[in-house]
Every structure is written in structure tokens, then in C-alpha cells.
Design a protein around this ligand. Structure first.
Ligand code: 48F
Length: 272
């Protein structure tokens, strides 16, 4: 290699200091998006694009949720009108018409481009981090409680590893089928959350996803499959249009709540 020296301790210090400095700054944000699947990544892109300080928390090591896989591990992603607009905006080159109102694209390309847009817009992500609870006050939810996902895999003889709290003005539950954040909040605070979607009915489920993208409790919005899981509505299987549109709607609702409605509108125009 060249004339410079590589000190292993410097490499470690670079990781540790930059990570911890960033983590420190992420303890208070505008919006926490839990889950980096299709709904979460589109929501994060729109929020960050409108100037909201946005943190994605993802339990998995890799981001993307079900969007990376398509269906039955076959990595083609199906999307229906009018949601293909979101993939066109993200410059997805593999997007092709299939028939009538259906389009197909490469799931990997969609995933990296949508996530890339979110990061380009300024969203930050903590991966390997699991949201296990929420912070609440009498007037609503004020953030989340999280731990390393690896902690949940520790043997039972290790006693309580306390989580850390991350405050935010709004939380978006984009955790997928089990609506995990809404479920735990509902159980503990005392509001009704199903936490499991119904059987498959693609057309009905796609409509329901967008309709039920809503503030389920003050400070907490459910998006994507979590919007169906929270209310026990049907599943749609591997079609993704409603996930993308739900992410957009969730971001819009959150921006309105945190007083960035104007930024939401200008960000929307900038995409088109
Ligand atoms: O499951 P996922 O892709 O949710 P989505 O955005 O999209 C659903 C579709 O992928 C598909 C479908 C129709 O198109 O039915 O399933 O609604 O992404 C959810 C992400 O949340 C993470 C999980 O690892 C995944 O990447 N996640 C789930 N629970 C937690 C979490 C948690 N408690 N803390 C942090 N991340």
C-alpha cells in the first residue's frame, strides 16, 4: 500500500466516536420511523425531504423488510397503478408494465433506490435495533424505547439489560404484519390493537392499507402492513403499491402534526 500507516486503534476510534456522536444527536428527533420496509423507507424519504429530523429504527441487520424479497424468495416486486409513480421518481430502471394496471420491477433495485433516496434526503438509520416499548404522557406518545436486537437473543440467565429511550414528536409504526409498536402501546396504555392481519384478499387489503394509515393514538401513526395488522384487516400478499402510498400518507400526517405542512407540500412538488 502507499506511504501512510494504518493504525487499528484509529479505525476503531473512527467507528466508535462517529457512531456515538450520531447516536447522541438521535436521542431527540422530529419523527421516528420503526421499520425500513417499503412503507417505512418511503415515509422516511418524504419526511427527511420536507426537513423533518428523521430516524429509522430497524431490527434487522439489513434494511428493506419484505421489499427485498418479492414473493417466496423470488425477488421481483409487483406494483399497481398509481403507485408506480413512486418507483419512477426513484429512477427504478427495471420497472416494466406487466398487464393492465400491473408493473414489475427488480426488488433489489427498488429497495436500494428507495432507501438511498431516504438517506440522500437526510434520514438516519439505526440497524440491529429493536423497538420494545413507547414513551408516553397523558397527551400521547413521545418516542420509543429500544434495545439492541441481539439482546433479545441472550440466554435467560442474563438478567435485565435495560433499553434506552429516544424521544420524538411523532412515531410511525411501519413494523409490518404484527404492528409491533401499536400492539405494545395498546396493551400497556389501554387501546384496542389487533396485532395480526386477516387472510388474503389483495384488492380489499390494498385499499384498506391506505385508508387505515392513520394516527391510531396521539403521537403514533400506523403505516404499511401495520395499518392492516393493527385493525385485523386482510393481507394482500406480494403486491406493494399500497405500501408505498401508505408511507407517503403517513409522512404527510406526521408533517402536519409537527407543523411542517408547507414543507410537505413543497417536498411533494419537488418529487413530481
Ligand atoms: O414487513 P415490512 O416489509 O413492512 P411494510 O413496510 O411492508 C409489508 C410488505 O413487505 C409485505 C406485504 C405487502 O406488500 O405484505 O410484507 O409494511 O417491514 C417491516 C420492517 O420492520 C422491522 C422488520 O425487521 C422489517 O424490516 N421491524 C419489525 N418489528 C420491529 C422492527 C421492531 N420492533 N423494531 C424495529 N424494527
Amino acid at each position: 500500500m502507499g506511504a501512510f500507516k494504518l493504525d487499528e486503534a484509529d479505525i476503531s476510534k473512527a467507528i466508535i466516536s462517529s457512531y456515538l456522536e450520531e447516536l447522541h444527536g438521535l436521542t431527540e428527533t422530529d419523527v421516528i420511523v420503526v421499520g425500513s420496509g417499503p412503507a417505512g423507507s418511503v415515509a422516511a424519504r418524504k419526511l427527511a425531504g420536507a426537513g423533518a429530523k428523521t430516524l429509522i429504527m430497524e431490527r434487522n441487520i439489513k434494511p428493506g423488510g419484505g421489499m427485498f424479497l418479492g414473493g417466496m424468495l423470488m425477488n421481483k416486486l409487483v406494483v399497481e397503478k398509481p403507485a408506480e409513480r413512486i418507483l419512477i421518481e426513484a429512477n427504478v430502471n427495471s420497472l416494466k408494465p406487466y398487464k393492465e394496471n400491473l408493473f414489475v420491477a427488480d426488488a433489489y433495485e427498488v429497495s436500494v433506490k428507495l432507501l438511498g433516496k431516504a438517506f440522500d434526503a437526510g434520514a438516519k438509520m439505526l440497524n440491529g435495533v429493536e423497538v420494545v416499548d413507547v414513551i408516553y404522557r397523558k397527551d400521547g406518545i413521545k418516542g420509543v424505547v429500544a434495545n439492541w436486537h441481539a439482546v433479545s437473543e441472550l440466554p435467560s440467565w442474563i438478567t435485565c439489560v435495560d433499553p434506552l429511550a429516544f424521544k420524538s414528536k411523532m412515531v410511525i409504526d411501519a413494523t409490518g404484519h404484527r404492528a409491533e409498536v401499536a400492539k405494545v402501546a395498546g396493551e400497556k396504555i389501554g387501546f384496542q390493537v389487533e396485532g395480526r392481519e386477516g387472510s388474503m384478499w389483495a384488492e380489499e387489503a390494498e385499499k384498506a392499507t391506505v385508508e387505515n394509515t392513520t394516527e391510531i393514538y396521539p403521537g403514533l401513526i400506523v403505516a404499511g402492513m401495520a395499518a392492516n395488522g393493527a385493525f385485523g384487516l386482510p393481507r394482500m400478499g406480494p403486491i406493494f403499491g399500497a405500501m408505498f402510498l401508505s408511507g407517503e400518507k403517513a409522512a404527510k400526517l406526521a408533517l402536519e402534526k409537527i407543523g411542517k405542512k408547507k414543507s410537505a407540500e413543497s417536498a411533494e412538488k419537488a418529487y413530481l
